[in-house]
Ligand binder design. Structure first.
Ligand SMILES: [Cu+2]
Length: 125
């Protein structure tokens, strides 16, 4: 009987641990939206790229890089976390974008101490 209780307790504890780690995973900063949006075609060159995440970001460890269709880094201003929204990072563009496909590479550290990264693309008509 004692053994059974222990096993049940162990199973319950393991289940709780799984649940807790799943909740932590959800707390990481995931890309919620962007401007220009992923997989869209824009006709006017944007003045900046804005990426909005699900969690607050650590500015010193969060960055965005824009690449052209050849994979070459497009010169831009420095990516900054928005002062009015700590979940938002803005990459200022210093020159109009030429027509073509672009990839946005991002990596961020959320305020809960977890790193995430990803990329998306958009097209300049
Ligand atoms: Cu996290």
């Amino acid at each position: 009987m004692k053994m059974t209780i222990r096993k049940t307790f162990f199973a319950a504890t393991a289940g709780l641990a799984l649940l807790a780690s799943a909740q932590q995973a959800q707390a990481h900063a995931h890309l919620k939206s962007s401007e220009p949006a992923a997989k869209t075609e824009v006709t006017t060159s944007p003045k900046q790229l804005t990426l909005t995440f699900t969690e607050g970001l650590e500015p010193a460890f969060s960055d965005v890089v824009l690449k052209d269709s050849q994979g070459a880094v497009v010169p831009t201003g420095k990516a900054v976390v928005s002062k009015s929204n700590g979940k938002q990072i803005v990459l200022p563009l210093t020159a109009p974008l030429a027509a073509g496909a672009y990839q946005v590479d991002w990596h961020v550290l959320s305020t809960d101490g977890h790193k995430t990264k990803g990329d998306y693309s958009f097209t300049m008509k």
